[in-house]
Design a protein around this ligand. Sequence first.
Ligand code: SAM
Length: 374
Amino acid sequence: MNNSALALVADVIGKVDRTHPADAVLRTEMRSRSGISREDGRAISQAVFAYYRWYGWLDRKETVTQQIARAIELSETFKKNPGSVVEKELRHAIPNWAASYVDVSPAWLRALQTEPALWLRARPGQGRALAAKLGDCRPAGGEVLADALRYEGSKDLFRTPEFHAGEFELQDITSQVVGLLCDPQPGETWWDACAGEGGKMLHLCDLMRNKGLVWASDRAAWRLEQLKRRAARARLFNYRAVAWKSTAKLPTKTKFDGILVDAPCSGVGTWQRNPHARWTMRPEDVRELAEVQKELLRSAVEALKPSARLIYSVCTLTRMETSEVAEGITKQFPDLKPLALPNLFEADRAVGNQLWLWPQAAGGNGMFIAAWQK
Ligand SMILES: C[S@@+](CC[C@H](N)C(=O)[O-])C[C@H]1O[C@@H](n2cnc3c(N)ncnc32)[C@H](O)[C@@H]1O
């Protein structure tokens, strides 16, 4: 890596903190400089991510540039020979506090040190056709996941005509599983209570074949603006976006056939993709987020029609934000029946109405999903 590229990596690292994630800083810094070749851009981005992925192994007494060089070296050695990191050393992959919040296994830690896969979601029934157009795609396998494609090529997907025509979205495989498990039917009325920029909402609208209605709410109005742009690109119109925060009264008197609470969480499930987040998340955030999740679920319960389904998903793996929240809801609402979910990845753990998707088995972000029926 040349000196100016290395300086840019160090600049990015200097600007990353709790509120400025590595990928966002990287995008801003790259945009603000002209003349970076695609090849350099890729190397810069890999170096930033290698730094956070191998941060637990670095010697903070060295200069940042020395640490970056060491991280790149560790990353390359591990890629060539995953056995280069022995089991005892794997604990460096996560902060110390995490060991008492998550069921840590060597397989999970090893998965955290590998580079994540890139997943696309084709429109319903279009997986094969899209793979033929884009090339370098590998289907997730199985009938149910036929529209989930792992992209292994080097195209800038955001510049492809297929992306602009709304033929696919970039969406992690386990997020796609959430939409599939919601299984909304055309003509139904759903509420996506934390719709954000619409990743899962677009999937729900699509599965409903543009028929029926999805209420899409989020406390961040700016996220809903992005959701609207994405829905327009996909030509999906069966939704209504409304800003709503869980502390306010319900956004509508409508009762729903199904509600998805894809709640804000500590994101431990994304630590393979977002390694910087391992070092900025704090245990007190986990506790606070668990409370927000309970509040969101309690609001959602009020809005269910009889026989309606409630789906709770979080891309985290801490017990406090997952099983403990789900068990609390089951206890608090005896008229909610825990609903067992089909396990689309045989290797993952299904316990009653809870499904745990781990990166090492699913090949994507860690995700926890629980479901009930009223
Ligand atoms: C996991 S993200 C949602 C991702 C989205 N469902 C998707 O698939 O792209 C959680 C969302 O919850 C929103 N949020 C956080 N706290 C909230 C609250 N108290 N009430 C409502 N929304 C909240 C955040 O703005 C964020 O967009």
